[in-house]
Design a protein around this ligand. Structure first.
Ligand SMILES: *[C@@H]1O[C@H](CO)[C@@H](O)[C@H](O)[C@H]1NC(C)=O
Ligand SMILES: *[C@@H]1O[C@H](CO)[C@@H](O)[C@H](O)[C@H]1NC(C)=O
Ligand SMILES: *[C@@H]1O[C@H](CO)[C@@H](O)[C@H](O)[C@H]1NC(C)=O
Ligand SMILES: *[C@@H]1O[C@H](CO)[C@@H](O)[C@H](O)[C@H]1NC(C)=O
Ligand SMILES: *[C@@H]1O[C@H](CO)[C@@H](O)[C@H](O)[C@H]1NC(C)=O
Length: 662
């Protein structure tokens, strides 16, 4: 368009005098788009112009869609020019062949409308770096892989195993069709796409070049033409996990110099980028709160990154929350082997879990402003949301575990010959049970003192309930607790006391606390429930059991009836309910779950996340869009001992007040 150049000159002239600057898109697409992101020596170029990427991670699936624009605007206001997100396969294909990009009718459908997110990112003047995995780590159940993959005996995920790649291809064909038109060279925001994820960490003996090539080919066949890359710790993985010809990026939080020097050695003719500069860190239940880098360490290392003229992606810029049962876990190399992640994904990031500015935000904003040579128009930073400590709510009604089980739809209840992992159940269109708890039920005449033996390990925590009476204690002590009921103990025994005469209902209720999201292939064997060995009562193997999945899906929570008024002290496992009114527009708030033991919270049917009395997370963030003016309902599934009330607060408590001893 004639005149556009002079218009831009005018804009720059105005800029110099401190008034109007071009937007990011105006600056980089002026005169039309002829090329995407490229990697000449020393510096990235976008559409032929120098660009340093100042990027930050926000996972659309960890933030309510009503807040996407707000969080992205805060990011842009800090001077960042790109947002990076992973793609969670397990939310986009919750059952085999049933895809969800916003209209799947699933609990988290609203959080996975990826095209809406991409559109808003562009409207907020940000480029997008997309990391579709299919493995995404990210402290997310099974690193984003769907649990139904575990139905295939011996499946080798993250390899060229034909069953695995067939399913990846089916998913990518659907996903990439959604995003292909959002590529920069087609006028959209996506400037780069990652191949797999930290594949070098899978271990040199397990890495298959043919698998990386397969992902690359699946991208190309689906029309992906923007720059492709891989990322790993350059120092510890070298070129393991890389695909020759594609840019390698480095992940780290300390020692940027060693990482970049290694990258320069491996690919001297390429620009530098940290794909994951870990701005903070995540927490495990039962551990101390871990903030990763202090603000001082954070800015020192960011300064070193900038001294290399490198591009950077802050992982996370805003962590948000891991709702539902979707938190991941780590396989610990040594005892006690396993640690599940908290539902808060605050990450001590520049924006807090609730989106508030932190000192790391200011440091990022100020340092980017000093370094960025390309001045573009930035929005005003939105004000922090209001937080209300709503009045304390008494819990008024409950459903006993038997009343809960009676309301599980019969098509979900199956007879099993012997104990079986939840993924193997013949339910949910042949996809099994993915998340929640599973009840193994047996009608049996128990002696007054009965010996229960579970051979193998429990995945992950078991409760024993007889005739509706909880027989096990809530977890106490440290994560290495070796009492019955925890994964720490192989071949465990428990004495069931005080049962009534006659036929008893024995329920072994096993909580899937999360599948591991990081590690080598042996860590990816992660079936849940009981399956490793026989279960015996008084030395006799139990057979012909009833398997009852407790999935706590939103529609089911909302459909529950028969709530009873509470009299006296309740015992878990139990569902309790509180109803309340909000006058006027709701605001953000937090529940302080001190006084509760272990369980899950449902806000107007939405599975908010988990809580655990040994912390470190104490509060659960409730974003305002989950509440409504007028009637609201909070339901809590408490495994052991419910409190009598729900306490709201206007400040988060994520650690420090309590500590679990590990
Ligand atoms: C995603 O959101 C947009 C905008 O709200 C809507 O038009 C579109 O139908 C949604 N996509 C799906 C698959 O529901
Ligand atoms: C970074 O770029 C500046 C100017 O563009 C140059 O003077 C400097 O040598 C570069 N530093 C490195 C480490 O490449
Ligand atoms: C961050 O910067 C804003 C605006 O300059 C200021 O009001 C705020 O106090 C700063 N916050 C911190 C934690 O330094
Ligand atoms: C382990 O937890 C049990 C409850 O399951 C508790 O009774 C016991 O005291 C705890 N053990 C330790 C060593 O803390
Ligand atoms: C298996 O258990 C079910 C339910 O308890 C019962 O109806 C059925 O008769 C049992 N079958 C055998 C073979 O014991």
């Amino acid at each position: 368009m004639p005149g556009q150049a002079s218009l831009l000159l005018l804009l720059f002239a105005v800029a110099a005098s401190g008034q109007i600057l071009p937007t990011l898109y105006e600056y980089y697409t002026e005169g039309g788009i002829s090329s995407g992101l490229q990697t000449p020596p020393g510096q990235f170029k976008l559409n032929g112009k120098d660009i340093t990427l100042y990027s930050g991670s926000i996972h659309y699936f960890r933030v309510l869609p009503e807040y996407w624009r707000d969080r992205l605007r805060r990011m842009r206001a800090a001077g960042l020019n790109a947002i990076e997100t992973y793609v969670p396969w397990n939310l986009h294909e919750p059952e085999i062949g049933k895809f969800d990009f916003g209209d799947g009718g699933n609990d988290f459908s609203a959080l996975v409308n990826i095209t809406q997110f991409l559109r808003i990112a562009q409207e907020e003047d940000l480029f997008v770096i997309l990391r579709p995995g299919p493995y995404i780590c990210s402290e997310w159940d099974f690193g984003g892989l769907p649990s139904w993959l575990l139905r295939y005996p011996g499946i080798q995920v993250r390899t060229s195993d034909p069953i695995f790649t067939r399913h990846v291809k089916q998913f990518f064909d659907q996903l990439l069709a959604q995003v292909v038109d959002f590529q920069f060279t087609r006028g959209g925001p996506i400037i780069a796409v990652q191949i797999e994820n930290e594949y070098g960490s899978f271990g040199a003996a397990n890495v298959q070049q043919s698998y990386l090539q397969f992902i690359r080919d699946a991208y190309i066949e689906n029309g992906i033409s923007e720059m492709l890359f891989t990322c790993d710790s350059a120092v510890s993985s070298g070129t393991t996990g890389a695909l020759p010809g594609y840019l390698m990026m480095a992940n780290f939080n300390t020692n940027p110099a060693a990482q970049f020097d290694k990258l320069l050695e491996l690919q001297p003719d390429k620009p530098l980028m940290s794909m994951e500069y870990w701005a903070g860190w995540f927490d495990h239940w039962w551990s101390k709160h871990d903030t990763g880098l202090t603000p001082e360490q954070f800015s020192t290392n960011l300064g070193i990154i900038f001294s290399y003229n490198a591009s950077v992606n802050l992982y996370m810029f805003h962590g948000g929350s891991t709702h539902g049962f979707l938190n991941g876990a780590n396989a610990l190399g040594s005892y006690p082997f396993y640690a599940a992640d908290t539902s808060s994904y605050d990450y001590d990031a520049p924006l807090s879990e609730a989106g508030d500015y932190t000192l790391k935000y200011n440091l990022t904003r100020d340092m980017v402003a000093q370094n960025n040579k390309v001045q573009t128009l930035l929005p005003a930073p939105p004000a922090n949301s209001m937080k209300t400590a709503y009045p304390t709510l008494p819990i008024t009604e409950y459903l006993s575990i038997e009343q809960i089980i009676q309301q599980i739809p019969s098509e979900l209840i199956t007879q099993i010959e012997t104990v079986t992992n939840m993924e193997a159940l013949e339910i949910n269109g042949g996809s099994g049970q993915s998340y929640g708890l599973i009840v193994y039920r047996k009608q049996i005449d128990l002696p007054p003192s009965a010996q229960l033996q579970i051979m193998g390990r429990i995945r992950d925590v078991a409760m024993v309930v007889v005739d509706g009476q909880q027989k096990t204690q809530r977890p106490e002590g440290g994560i290495s607790n070796e009492s019955f009921g925890y994964w720490t103990v192989a071949d465990s025994t428990f004495t069931i006391e005080g049962t009534d005469a006659g036929i008893n209902t024995l329920d072994i209720i096993v909580d899937n606390w999360a599948r591991v999201n990081f590690g080598s292939p042996k860590d990816f064997e992660q079936k849940k429930g009981l399956f490793e060995g026989t279960v015996l009562v008084e030395g006799q193997p139990l057979s012909n059991l009833t398997a009852i999945p407790l999935e706590f899906k939103s529609k089911w929570i909302k459909s529950l009836t028969g709530w009873q008024p509470i009299q006296g002290q309740l015992q878990g496992p139990v569902l309790v309910r509180a109803q309340f009114q909000i006058q006027g527009t709701p605001t953000d708030t937090f529940l302080d779950m001190s006084g509760w033991s272990k369980g899950s919270i449902f806000v107007n049917g939405f599975n908010l996340g988990r809580y655990f009395h040994l912390g470190p997370q104490v509060t659960s963030y409730i974003p305002a869009p989950l509440l409504k003016e007028g009637d609201n309902e909070i339901v809590v599934f408490e495994h052991y001992i419910p409190a009598t009330q729900l306490v709201f607060t206007n400040v988060p408590i994520l650690g420090g007040k309590r500590k679990g001893g590990a």
